[in-house]
Design a protein around this ligand. Structure first.
Ligand code: PLP
Length: 409
């Protein structure tokens, strides 16, 4: 199963293979009536997305609309509070809309435009993917249908309002548990009935081929920028790169630039409240191989083999599987997968705010939490963290649940 002689100098050009397999992971497990449409998207990825016209347009959008490149910054006070190891952040919190997700949503939106689609469609849990996609749809003048469970709609009022303000239609899903799982099913069903005019925009490096590779390549800008910026600032490579892993898009985006370098790579999964099934969403650490949502990867299963219930304080990490490329990089031993608990993330959320004046997203706080441990262990050297998003969206939740502990009340 394990390919021994992987050449990381050419890896991103040769992986996945033409069927979308990273080793045995990935692929495309979809209903027969969608096979032709996904082949079209796959061909478009190899032709349109690689054309100089598309690339130039996306570069202009990144600069003018998203405010890229986002900076890399040195955390002097945080570093000095731990050891001699120097910590740096790639500031995706400063990307337009406050997180890395817009990087792939703008790519997907531009592709939709080139394919002559009228509408983009997706599901959303906490609303972050929905807001990023609604932003892209507004920019490109596309209709946008976002499916969302009624329970999530009630919980995430500000993001629902954002999506509506941006011109998207938020479609409530009222069956079953009325959360993300049902929203995925409803969005997919709507897509099956309307794929000629519509494209289903996946929110991470997950789903059937070509989405894992396409989203990775749209997020690769993070790594390309960060490597050059870090070298410019320090004259050398970082010793370690750390990123949080939900589906895995911000992690693989940053890591893809360092795969062929002598740099240690760490993905950080949410350990939530503990190691029992249902208390966490550490899919790589505790999961096993299986197919869900159209791809083969490592996933957390319940007693029936279905996707298990998961928990994390960071709603963007709350996913019972992981992108197929991460499963492959794990098997190859190129990336190590670690965990951080809810409590560790909250601690890091508070520490980074106090010592650096940067309030991180609770997702990104998992990466900061593990990097703080690693800095202590390393004592010397340097760590580059992907600060995938800003934490303003999490404040209300943090005040309500941790306000006393953090002295916010
Ligand atoms: C959605 C989200 C994540 C998790 O998604 P990945 O695909 O694993 O990157 C991480 N950080 C932020 C800020 C997010 O919004």
């Amino acid at each position: 199963m394990l390919e021994k002689n992987v050449d990381f100098a050419v890896y991103t050009k040769t992986t996945p293979n033409e069927e979308g397999f990273f080793g045995t992971y990935g692929g495309s497990f979809i209903p027969p009536q969608l096979v032709g449409e996904f082949e079209k998207i796959s061909t478009a990825y190899h032709t349109i997305c690689k054309s100089s016209k598309f690339i130039n347009e996306l570069r202009r959008i990144r600069k003018e609309f998203q405010g890229r490149p986002t900076p890399v910054c040195h955390c002097e006070r945080l570093s000095n509070s731990i050891s001699h190891c120097q910590i740096y952040l790639k500031r995706e919190d400063l990307n337009h809309t406050g997180a890395h997700k817009l990087n792939h949503c703008m790519g997907e939106g531009l592709l939709a435009k080139y394919l002559g689609k009228k509408k983009v469609i997706a599901e959303t849990g906490a609303g972050q993917h929905g807001v990023a996609l609604a932003t892209a749809a507004a920019y490109f003048g596309l209709e946008c249908d976002i499916y969302m469970g009624e329970v999530d709609i009630a919980k995430q009022a500000p993001n629902v309002a954002r999506m509506k303000l941006l011109g998207a239609k938020v479609i409530p899903v009222s069956h079953g548990l009325k959360t993300l799982k049902e929203a995925v099913d409803a969005a997919f069903e709507a897509y099956m009935g309307d794929f000629e005019d519509t494209i289903y925009c996946i929110g991470s490096v997950v789903g059937p081929h070509p989405f894992p590779v396409m989203v990775r390549d749209f997020q690769a800008v993070v790594g390309i920028e960060a490597k050059e910026q870090f070298m410019d600032m320090t004259g050398e490579l970082p010793d370690a790169v750390v990123a949080c892993v939900g589906g895995g898009s911000n992690a693989v985006g940053l890591m893809s630039a360092f795969l062929n370098d002598p740099v240690k790579l760490y993905g950080v999964e949410p350990l939530g409240k503990g190691t029992k099934l249902g208390e966490h969403a550490a899919s790589m650490t505790y999961g096993s191989e299986g197919v869900m949502h159209g791809f083969n990867s490592i996933m957390l299963k319940d007693e029936n083999g279905d996707p298990a219930p998961v928990h994390s304080i960071a709603s963007g990490l709350d996913y019972p599987s992981v992108g197929p490329e991460h499963a492959y990089l794990h098997d190859l031993g190129r990336v190590q997968y670690m965990t951080a608990t809810d409590d560790e993330a909250i601690e890091a959320f508070s520490t980074l705010s106090k010592l650096e004046g940067i309030i991180p997203a609770l997702e990104s706080a998992h990466a900061v939490a593990y990097a703080m441990k690693l800095a202590k262990e390393m004592g010397l050297g340097s760590i580059l963290i992907n600060l995938s998003g800003r934490g303003d969206k999490d404040l209300e939740y943090v005040i309500e649940n941790y306000g006393d502990r953090l002295g916010l009340k």
